[in-house]
Structure formats: structure tokens, C-alpha cells
Design a protein around this ligand. Structure first.
Ligand code: PBG
Length: 329
């Protein structure tokens, strides 16, 4: 029926009507907070981007005072490794002093109900900043990298991580990791694969924090996806599902709404949108300039990712969003 018979504004007239018929619900249980962990504080590397780095000594307090009361129920851990401990082979990853092993054990011990996801990739540990090992020609060697990712995932599972989240974009890593975990008695540890991960410039603040600078002229385009493509997102997703993924991560989140929507329609598995560091800072910085309200901008982007198909969302604004949601109740 056409106007004037139908007037859609009737359904927007009062806030109770808008709320009653709203299609998208967002609660703190849908949010995952990224957490950078370092062994010692202060760091030699001061980040430009104000993303929080938590040292092991502060971790328990941060979890107890900030995360648990917020209502957010899961964290995603990233390691911050001093440059002196990095090398071309990412040996620090598989060493007993990989800071995340202690971080996982500590959180599991003090906050056993807090969900732990761990990002699995080699870039925080490599001197060249790539997500994998390099072959003679300087390209990332897919199958050699799988071996390390498998061992690293096993270490994180043994330490008590609930999910591992491989973010490296090597072919076959979901199945490879699944096999390693199953063969070592960790069939209960989940895999949340970064399935559609684009070669995006919006990972800048993250790379700054973990100190993963690529050599001049290098990029991650030989393994991360081309932003011009959508079909390969479907192909990646189908492979990851077939290889045993439990959920798929799509990133950058706000820049991949079409992908979230397509995957939601075509692939039967929960989707997680990752609002990446550069996306978060677009909001954060424009609110500092007074162009947008931080709360409104953050919440709008989170709702839109949910509307597009995301079950859960990783965002640097998770704790703030949880606070905003609480004040609305
Ligand atoms: C590690 C990894 C990256 C991000 C998540 N895991 C960086 C990259 O791939 O270069 C980006 C997260 C962000 O920007 O918030 N491979």
C-alpha cells in the first residue's frame, strides 16, 4: 500500500514503538574485548595509538576491576613482545616464556568463567612482521608456517584457552590445527578462524602496538584477501567450515558488512565481526574532534554489524559499549 494510506513514520513516532519493534538486540554477552599483554612494564616501545597494553602484574586487577564488572564475558588475547626477543623464525612463540601462556593460566585461575580466545599468528614474534615463516625468496611459506601454528595452538590449548583464533590466512590452517588439537586430547578446544581477513590498511594502530612493522615495500597481500573480492570470502568460509571451524571471524568489521550479510545467508555457522584498530580510531578520533558523539558512533557501528549478521563483535570499545548499554536499561 502506498502513501498516504501507508505512513511508515507511525512506527517511529514514539520510543516505545521503536523499541518494541526493533529487530537487533545487543548485549554485553555479544562483545569480546581485545587485550594486549606484555611481560614487563614499562615497555621500551611506547605506542602512538593509546590501545591499552596490560602487563602480567596488572592483568589480574584489570580483569577483576574492569572486565568482570562490565558484563563482557570474553577476551581475545594478543602478545606484545620486546623487539630483542623477535627473530625470523618466531622462536619466541613456541618458547615457554611466551607471555600469553602465563596470561591464559592467570586468567583461568582467577576468573574461570571469563571466556578466553587467543589470536594465533606469528607476526608479534617475527622480526620481519609477517604472519608466517619466510622461504628463500622472502615469501611466506604456507606449509612450514602450519607446523608452527599447530604447535602454538596446542600450547595455548594446554594453557587453558577456550578457543584459538588463527589470524594468519594460511591455506589449510583450520584443519591442520584441528588435527593437532584432536590428536593431543584437546578436542574440546574450539577454533574461531579469521576466515575473511582482508589486506586492509586499517590494522595500522594494532601493528604499532605489537611492534610488527613490515620491511619497506612488503605487504600481506599474498595471504590476506583482496578488498575488491567477495567470492573468495565464500570460498574461504566453506573451506573453514569443512575443516572444522566453530565460528568465523570477518574483518575489518565495519568495512565488510556485505561479506557478513553474504556469509550469513550462505554459510551455516556463527559469525564474529572484528571492528579493527583503525576502524575504532576513526570513531574515537572523530569524537575527539567533536564531529560525532563517541557513544552514538560506537553503538551505531556495533548495531549495524549485528544487523548485517554478526553474532559476536570484537571491539576495542567493548567495555565502553557495555557501560553505555547498562545506562540505557
Ligand atoms: C595478527 C593480527 C592483526 C590483527 C589481528 N590479528 C594484524 C595483521 O594482520 O596485520 C589486526 C587487528 C586490529 O587492527 O585491530 N595477524
Amino acid at each position: 500500500m502506498l502513501f498516504p494510506h501507508t505512513r511508515l513514520r507511525r512506527m517511529r513516532k514514539k520510543s516505545w514503538v521503536r523499541d518494541m519493534f526493533s529487530e537487533t538486540f545487543l548485549g554485553p554477552e555479544h562483545l569480546i574485548v581485545p587485550l594486549f599483554v606484555c611481560a614487563h612494564s614499562p615497555l621500551e616501545h611506547q605506542s602512538l595509538s593509546e590501545l591499552k597494553i596490560c602487563s602480567l602484574v596488572h592483568l589480574e586487577r584489570y580483569v577483576r576491576e574492569k572486565i568482570l564488572p562490565s558484563g563482557v564475558t570474553a577476551v581475545m588475547l594478543f602478545p606484545v613482545i620486546p623487539q630483542a626477543k623477535k627473530d625470523a623464525y618466531a622462536q619466541g612463540a613456541l618458547s615457554a616464556d611466551n607471555v600469553l601462556l602465563e596470561a591464559i593460566r592467570l586468567i583461568k585461575d582467577r576468573a574461570p568463567d571469563l571466556g578466553i580466545l587467543v589470536d594465533v599468528a606469528l607476526d608479534p614474534f617475527t622480526s620481519h612482521g609477517h604472519d608466517g615463516l619466510l622461504d628463500k625468496n622472502g615469501t611466506v611459506d604456507n606449509d612450514a608456517t602450519l607446523e608452527v601454528l599447530g604447535q602454538l595452538s596446542l600450547l595455548y590449548a594446554q594453557a587453558g584457552s577456550d578457543f584459538v583464533a588463527p589470524s594468519d590466512m594460511m591455506d589449510g590452517r583450520t584443519g591442520f590445527i584441528r588435527k593437532v588439537l584432536d590428536s593431543r586430547g584437546f578436542s574440546g578446544t574450539g577454533i574461531m578462524t579469521y576466515s575473511s581477513k582482508y589486506a586492509s590498511c586499517f590494522y595500522g594502530p594494532f601493528r604499532d602496538v605489537v611492534g610488527a612493522k613490515l620491511p619497506q615495500g612488503h605487504s600481506k597481500k599474498t595471504y590476506q584477501m583482496d578488498v575488491r573480492n567477495g567470492l573468495e570470502a565464500l570460498r574461504e568460509a566453506r573451506q573453514d567450515v569443512a575443516e572444522g571451524a566453530d565460528a568465523l571471524i570477518v574483518k575489518p568489521g565495519i568495512l565488510s558488512l556485505d561479506i557478513l550479510f553474504r556469509l550469513k545467508e550462505k554459510v551455516e555457522i556463527p559469525l564474529v565481526a572484528f571492528q579493527v584498530s583503525g576502524e575504532y580510531f576513526m570513531i574515537n578520533q572523530s569524537s575527539k574532534n567533536g564531529f560525532v558523539s563517541y557513544e552514538n558512533a560506537l553503538m551505531e557501528t556495533l548495531y549495524v554489524m549485528r544487523r548485517a549478521g554478526a553474532s559476536a563483535i570484537v571491539t576495542y570499545g567493548a567495555l565502553d559499549a557495555a557501560r553505555f548499554l547498562k545506562s540505557k536499561r
